[in-house]
Unconditional design. Structure first.
Lengths: 173, 191
């Protein structure tokens, strides 16, 4: 292709560049209206999303059996939400696994396990650790403030670890 | 009216492993354990390159799994001492409402899939949408109709006209001995 039709290849590259340049302003234009989707009440948004998801799940492999898989993940998602298990890692894992497996295999075959000492790897690892550290700090700070506020406002429950008693809510006399 | 001593009396109760506060967490931990066991059983049959990701996953995930198990035991102990009052099958807010909402959501999705299997996408999806929006969202009929038409348009316009999806034969159509209309739709595969 590159040897016989170089002009075509170059044209395709320029088309991609032009497409990106054209699309970015359009997308930016629609960014603000699109954020309004988040204020649509869930009872209206949910059936629409479920409908699109159902058709898309079927469409992927044109298999009605895939809907059973959707049900399994829906129930799993609800359980995870109910018990405060984070759901995004599953999505990230499903999306990135094939890429990760492919490139990790190539990296290991190229450099062996010494890849973990490469500057790029170490840099990314440090960034991840820093990110996790700050995220945990923010989370614990938020939780502390929420606990304090709830204790001040309600004067009820929320006693994990520090005390062995429960302060009941004030009763009306 | 309660006295000060009553207010500060520690609460002790027996929390069963089958209680909703605990059982769901146990199920989730078992699902993860099952995945780990599957990895371990499948690994010997894989080439070395295929074992890298399972190994890395297991090495990183195992400590977190044990930490979560410890947290579960701690939670059970705290529940028995009455130090946690507000955990369980909850999404926030009123627990009863949330349970009702979860049941409603699960049955609605189940009903959608069942009706697709029985009637096919073109009929089941708009009907389900209309029913859901009218019953649970209390949306104006005009809006409901527009949403249903938009979905029908999506199915006919994109999936039939452009992609020409081979739809599965729904049960009802098979029973009455008629080919699924939308597979032979005049616009199917026109693009």
């Amino acid at each position: 292709m590159v040897q016989d039709h170089l002009d075509l290849t170059i044209a395709m590259v320029y088309i991609i560049v032009l497409a990106n340049i054209t699309v970015v302003p359009i997308v930016l234009l629609f960014a603000a209206p699109l954020t309004r989707v988040s204020i649509v009440p869930p009872q209206i948004l949910a059936p629409i999303v479920i409908g699109i998801t159902t058709v898309s799940a079927f469409q992927a492999n044109v298999s009605i059996e895939d809907l059973a898989l959707v049900s399994v993940f829906a129930v799993l998602g609800m359980f995870m939400k109910a018990y405060a298990w984070p759901r995004p890692p599953i999505l990230i894992a499903i999306v990135l696994t094939s890429q990760l497996e492919k490139w990790m295999s190539i990296a290991i075959q190229t450099r062996g396990w010494s890849m973990v000492w490469q500057p790029a790897f170490v840099t990314i690892l440090i960034l991840v650790i820093v990110g996790v550290f700050f995220s945990l700090r923010v989370q614990s700070g938020t939780k502390r403030v929420a606990d304090r506020t709830e204790a001040e406002i309600g004067g009820q429950s929320v006693i994990i670890g520090s005390s062995s008693t429960i302060t009941k809510p004030p009763t009306a006399s | 009216m309660s006295t000060q001593s009553e207010e500060n009396t520690p609460i002790h109760r027996q929390v069963s492993w089958r209680s909703p506060e605990i059982l769901g967490e146990v199920v989730l931990l078992l699902v993860v354990l099952l995945l780990a066991i599957t990895y371990l059983l499948e690994m010997p049959g894989l080439k070395m390159a295929g074992r890298y990701l399972p190994i890395v996953t297991l090495v990183f995930a195992a400590p977190f799994w044990f930490i979560r198990v410890k947290t579960l035991f701690d939670r059970k102990r705290l529940l028995e001492r009455g130090q946690i009052m507000d955990l369980g099958f909850r999404f926030g807010g009123n627990a009863v409402d949330e349970k009702r909402r979860a049941i409603r959501f699960t049955s609605a999705v189940g009903a959608l899939f069942l009706s697709i299997w029985l009637l096919g996408f073109h009929l089941a999806l708009p009907i389900w949408l209309v029913t859901y929006l009218v019953l649970f969202a209390k949306v104006k009929p005009v809006v409901v109709l527009l949403v249903a038409l938009a979905f029908e348009g999506l199915l006919l316009g994109v999936h039939d006209f452009i992609i020409n999806v081979p739809w599965p034969e729904p049960l009802i159509w098979r029973v009455i001995g008629v080919d699924y209309l939308f597979n032979e739709w005049p616009i199917s595969g026109t693009y």
